[in-house]
Design a protein around this ligand. Structure first.
Ligand code: IMP
Length: 193
């Protein structure tokens, strides 16, 4: 079975492939030769996720799913949240985003946060969302070189290492994305799609 993932992000695609059953082939927008950016202007993570999935469905008529993710920091009332990618500006720089967040928390004793991923599957008949959450804390410095995005500053609950210090198989034990994927895969099984 082939399924379209509405994303250009090859790191996300690698994470998703790592939890797919054998026989399921993931196509990204790169495989479909679509190089346009999908707008991400909705006010919520749920809204962006649904928009991305429907945008690709409308263009290609193929069943597809999308992932939208945000990092919600308690001391910042849930920011950067839906604005995580552009937290430090339109350049979407991971380093600048992390540096801004570390500065914002410099004098903060509550460093708790959570990653939230909302996946949307749609095929023209069904539209369904799956949410994966992981609680944790924001580290005081960037540590590790694995993963992407905010991984070097996020330590999942009850762990000592940042996501960027973990091999992917270990990140998958706790991650927001692996948790959302587990629900999505269970759904696909029941639908026998
Ligand atoms: P988006 O879902 O691609 O819009 O991602 C929003 C922001 O969260 C971007 O800055 C991503 O780099 C970051 N992000 C998404 N998923 C992860 C993750 O698994 N770990 C760390 N950062 C992530």
């Amino acid at each position: 079975m082939k399924i379209v993932f509405a994303s250009h992000n090859q790191k996300k695609a690698a994470e998703i492939r790592s939890v797919l059953p054998s026989g399921m082939i993931l196509l990204t927008l790169h495989d479909l030769e679509l190089h346009e950016e999908i707008p991400e202007d909705e006010p919520t993570i749920e809204g962006n996720s649904a928009f991305k999935a429907n945008w690709v469905l409308q263009r290609f008529g193929l069943p597809c799913f999308a992932d939208d993710t945000g990092l919600e920091v308690s001391a910042l009332n849930g920011a950067p949240g839906v604005h995580s990618a552009r937290y430090a500006g339109p350049a979407r720089s991971d380093d600048a985003n992390m540096d801004k967040l570390l500065r914002a928390l410099a004098n903060e004793s509550d460093r708790s946060a959570q990653f939230k991923t909302v996946m949307t599957y749609c095929d023209g008949e069904i539209e369904q969302q799956f949410t994966g959450l992981v609680k944790g804390v924001i580290a005081t410095e960037k540590l590790g070189a694995e993963g992407f995005g905010y991984d070097p500053i996020f330590v999942p609950e009850d762990q000592q290492l940042t996501f960027a210090q973990m091999p992917l198989a270990q990140k998958n034990l706790y991650s927001h994305r692996a948790r959302a994927m587990a629900q999505f895969l269970a759904f696909l099984k029941t639908k026998a799609l």
